[in-house]
Design a protein. Structure first.
Length: 276
C-alpha cells in the first residue's frame, strides 16, 4: 500500500487536536532529519523491516513495531529489507501533549503494538476521509485521531503479554474480589493475601496499573453502586449507605460528594424523573 495525503487546513485547527498528514508506503524512504520534524509523528510498521536511529542508538523496526517522534527531535530511519511498509500520522493541537502524556508517550519512544489491525482500521478511516476532501473531513479526522490514541493505549499499555498487561492480570483476582465483596469491611491484608503479596506491594501494583490505591478503587465501586440505588428512588440515603458498605451515613455523604461534587440527595434530585 502506498498512499498519502496532506490536507489544506481550515478551522479544524481550533479543535483540541487535528491531523496534519497521513500516509502509507510499501518501501519507506530513507529520512535524515538532523533538526527533526516540525510536528508530532507516529509511525508503525505493517511488514518488512527497517532501522530507526535516535539519541545515538539504533532500533530495529519490524511488523507491529512503532515509534513516536516529538517535534524537532533529531532522527534517522531507513529500510533494511526490500519491503518496509509503514503507516504514519502527523498531528498537532493544544491538547495533544495531555493525551500523549496519558498514553505514556511523553517522549520519543519505540514500542510494540500487539494488535496492529485495531489501530490500522482507524488509520484507514482517517486516510479515506482525508482523500474525500469535503469541508468537514478534517473535523471528523480529529475525532478519529482521538479514537486512534485511545485504541493505541489499549493495545500497547494494557494488552496481555506486555509488562503492564501482566501486572493487570496479576491484580485481576483482587479487583474481582472487591467487586463482589464491596459491602463488607475489607482489609489490606485480606486483599494482599489473595495473590500472595505484601500489602505494600499490592498498593504499588494498584498505583501502577490503575493509578489509584486499593481503597480508592473500593470507594469508587461503592459510589457507583450507590448511584444506581439512588436512581431507583426506593430506599432512603441511610439505607443506601449501609447497602454499599458504609455504617456511618455522614461519612458516606462526604465520600459521595468528594467523588461526584454533589451530595447523594442532590444527585437523586438532579436525576429523578419528573412527576407528570
Amino acid at each position: 500500500m502506498t498512499d498519502y495525503y496532506y490536507p489544506v487546513l481550515g478551522d479544524e485547527v481550533n479543535l483540541p487536536m487535528y491531523v496534519l498528514g497521513v500516509g502509507a508506503r510499501d518501501k519507506e524512504f530513507h529520512f535524515i532529519r538532523e533538526e527533526g520534524y516540525p510536528n508530532h509523528q507516529i509511525v508503525y510498521c505493517i511488514r518488512g523491516g527497517g532501522v530507526l536511529k535516535l539519541d545515538g542508538q539504533e532500533y530495529p523496526i519490524a511488523a507491529g513495531d512503532a515509534f513516536y517522534l516529538p517535534p524537532h527531535i533529531s532522527h534517522e530511519y531507513y529500510p533494511t529489507e526490500d519491503i518496509w511498509e509503514t503507516h504514519w500520522l502527523t498531528f498537532e493541537g493544544r491538547e495533544v501533549k495531555a493525551v500523549l502524556d496519558y498514553i505514556k508517550l511523553d517522549r520519543a519512544k519505540v514500542f510494540h503494538i500487539h494488535d496492529v489491525n485495531a489501530v490500522d482500521a482507524i488509520f484507514k478511516k482517517i486516510l479515506y476521509l482525508m482523500k474525500t476532501n469535503y469541508y468537514y473531513s478534517g473535523h471528523q479526522c480529529s475525532a478519529h485521531l482521538y479514537q486512534f490514541f485511545i485504541e493505541l493505549n489499549r493495545v500497547v499499555n494494557l494488552q496481555n503479554g506486555t509488562k503492564d498487561g501482566a501486572k493487570l492480570n496479576q491484580l485481576q483476582p483482587v479487583i474481582d474480589y472487591i467487586d463482589k465483596n464491596y459491602r463488607r469491611d475489607l482489609t489490606l491484608m485480606e486483599l494482599s493475601d489473595l495473590i500472595d503479596l505484601s500489602p505494600q506491594y499490592l498498593c504499588r501494583l494498584f498505583k501502577e496499573c490503575l493509578n489509584m490505591r486499593p481503597f480508592e478503587y473500593l470507594a469508587r465501586k461503592r459510589i457507583q453502586q450507590a448511584k444506581l440505588l439512588l436512581l431507583e428512588d426506593q430506599k432512603n440515603i441511610n439505607e443506601i449507605a449501609t447497602l454499599v458498605g458504609y455504617n456511618d451515613c455522614s461519612y458516606f455523604c462526604a465520600v459521595f460528594k468528594r467523588h461526584e461534587m454533589l451530595s447523594p440527595a442532590e444527585f437523586r434530585s438532579l436525576h429523578k424523573k419528573a412527576n407528570v
